[in-house]
Write a protein that binds this ligand. Structure first.
Ligand SMILES: CC(C)(COP(=O)(O)OP(=O)(O)OC[C@H]1O[C@@H](n2cnc3c(N)ncnc32)[C@H](O)[C@@H]1OP(=O)(O)O)[C@@H](O)C(=O)NCCC(=O)NCCS
Length: 161
């Protein structure tokens, strides 16, 4: 899986997508510090321990580099940036039953606009699983020769002694 590059100076607007979701009862907003335990636990339960570790880092950044999608007080999706590496977008995910409604796109564009406001010109999406999604929503392009990128020499699961 390769990394992808996004031009942050040429992003689609996020407001129309965010507004449409809000009308349907889903709010996309930046995570708050007091929600850290709930969000990291939710990421762990929904997407696994590796993504939970990465998203935990978002809460060491100021402002917190994590957006969430919330419906009636429940998390429906999340997106982080500046976690795995500086200038990296991800991890991100939407609960399976809510996919295809624009939540992933709104989380992605909210994060990318925040990265642009932070002064980055480009963003990197690490080890992409859904290249078509990033191409379509943010004009991302594959970075040639970027696999396996930073995800190498991974630790094995601990064995009992
Ligand atoms: C990838 C993911 C975040 C997309 O979230 P989503 O809420 O379903 O995406 P959206 O509804 O905002 O989709 C926006 C557009 O991208 C398209 N799209 C979404 N996922 C896609 C995929 N995996 N491949 C191709 N196109 C995709 C949608 O059809 C939609 O197109 P449209 O504008 O023509 O309607 C979600 O599928 C997910 O959580 N997947 C599992 C975790 C994951 O793979 N994370 C990314 C790791 S790199």
């Amino acid at each position: 899986m390769s990394d992808m590059l996004v031009k942050l100076y040429n992003l689609p607007e996020v407001e129309p997508y965010a507004r449409k979701l809000k009308e349907q009862g889903t709010v996309v907003r930046r995570a708050m510090a007091y929600e850290k335990h709930q969000i990291v636990q939710w990421v762990q339960m929904t997407f696994g321990a590796g993504w939970a570790s990465e998203s935990d880092i978002a809460f060491s950044n100021h402002p917190i580099s994590c957006f969430i999608a919330v419906e009636a007080g429940k998390i429906m999706g999340f997106a982080c940036y500046d976690c795995t590496c500086r200038d990296f977008f991800g991890p991100t995910g939407v609960v399976a039953k809510k996919r295809g409604r624009g939540i992933g796109r709104t989380l992605l564009l909210s994060s990318l606009h925040a990265m642009a406001a932070n002064g980055y010109a480009y963003a990197i999406i690490g080890s992409v699983d859904s290249a078509e999604f990033y191409k379509k929503t943010a004009g991302a392009e594959e970075i040639q020769g970027s696999s396996p990128g930073i995800y190498r020499d991974g630790l094995k699961k601990p064995e009992s002694n």
